[in-house]
Design a binder for this molecule. Sequence first.
Ligand SMILES: Cc1cc2nc3c(=O)[nH]c(=O)nc-3n(C[C@H](O)[C@H](O)[C@H](O)COP(=O)(O)O)c2cc1C
Length: 510
Amino acid sequence: MSNSDTEPAYHYHEQTKHSYQSVRSDTHSLDFSNQPVPFKTYPGLKPIPLPHPLEGTEITALSAVSTTTSPTKEKRIPTLSDLARLLYFSAGITRQKDYPGRTLLFRAASCTGALYEVELYVVCGELPNLSAGVYHFSPKDFALYRLREGDYRAVVAQASGREPNVVAAPALILSTGTYWRNAWKYRARTYRHFGWDNGTIIAHLLAMGSALKLPTRLVLGFVDEELNQLLDLDVQREVTLSIVSFGGMSRKVSEPSTKLEVLELPTLPLSEREVDYPEMRTLHSATAFLSNKEVALWRGETPIRPLPAPEGPVWKLDPDPERAPDSIEKVIRRRGSSRQFEHKPISFQEFSTMLYCSAQGISADFLEPTEVLLNDWYLIVSAVEGLPSGTYVLHREGWFLELLKEGNFRNEAGFLGLEQRLPADASANVFFLADLDAILKQLGNRGYRAVQLEAGILGGKLYLTAYAQRLGATGLTFYDDAVVEFFSPHAQGKSAIFLMALGHGKKGPF
Ligand SMILES: Cc1cc2nc3c(=O)[nH]c(=O)nc-3n(C[C@H](O)[C@H](O)[C@H](O)COP(=O)(O)O)c2cc1C
């Protein structure tokens, strides 16, 4: 299968759409007796505990989210304590909730259904207090488990087509997605969730990288098989999704000298039995890169079509990135998805700050130049002071909102967000829509991964910029075609990718 034959991406997208009819004809029920555990466990390996304390950057969340740490020629080597912070504040356990007979452990970044299908691995050279190796991060006991001893960064550098940030990085965090852990509930739609749920984690990694002053870069172009082998993955069940590089050094990593040893490390089963959804593996193969040549061809200018010039009234954003003093760590600790919203309006400045700080460019190999994004921002505004209720589109190049249609669209927002109360009650909803035709034409099937991942990152940033201002947020799923129809004719031809609801969260219990 080739990346440029994009039929598989279109097919998957179409097959996994939600609609009013599809939800009503769905007979799937959850088998709680066979629910997968949310942790990967290697029974044969010894834990290497990660150090506390974790707080301490004193960088505000708004600043950490909106600033990218550009690559530098300066030497910047993360310490073990930096790594512990990166891992904890992206995928660590930050809260627990007790229910009769069970306890739910919530993580730093949001995740569909709290099923936590994304695992993190560290590949590093010699670091202060950590020897070179390939490690699995275990949030359960906040520890690393060493899969390979020695410096394997060159394998990642090679797989990435010698992407300069990867080549110069003392440490890399690789994310993987485990199909069954999320498919237990969401079945084939899980492949979209890989992008969203990895995206929220990456939003936190980028923010923490910025707070720790570590040059940080997201890399999505790599030869898949080489990284899957490095991480000893059973690719029928788990696959590599992304690389994030941290830090920089002048000395380039050396070429790998030996072939990778096959490890086949035993891991504990996730549940008694697993159900396979082969359509996801088919799509994954179609999005995979088989050679460095494909990786090189993939990079270049990002395929975006600018929004048409505004035809309706416009409102210039009025952001204040200094308005919230809380540090990124403090904000991540209190983040959680709002389970109910009040109808109380949010101020125009709060709203502007969320949009402005979350919509800055992302340092990623599929976004060239850095300012561009694959997703467009369409909004339903229901309660923002000084802004007429209605539908809008965000023009990032001038930081203004264009009014598309004035009116009260709370009922429509609720319907589009899969008939849930949350989008109906929210002060505003951000719908991420993308021009899949343009993206797939240039980026191939891999572009499908990129657009879902980017939407998850933007959603993760909105969570953080909302909670920084003591507001609430939640990610949501949606009725695909109804969303596009609702925002048409402006959004004609685009596809719905992700939805975030924003507002004043109500305190539980509900
Ligand atoms: C991509 C994404 C989609 C989500 N979709 C919904 C949704 O449709 N309805 C809902 O109530 N919550 C939704 N959530 C919220 C998750 O259920 C929540 O993140 C998860 O339970 C973990 O809780 P926390 O965010 O409070 O840590 C979504 C979250 C994400 C990241």
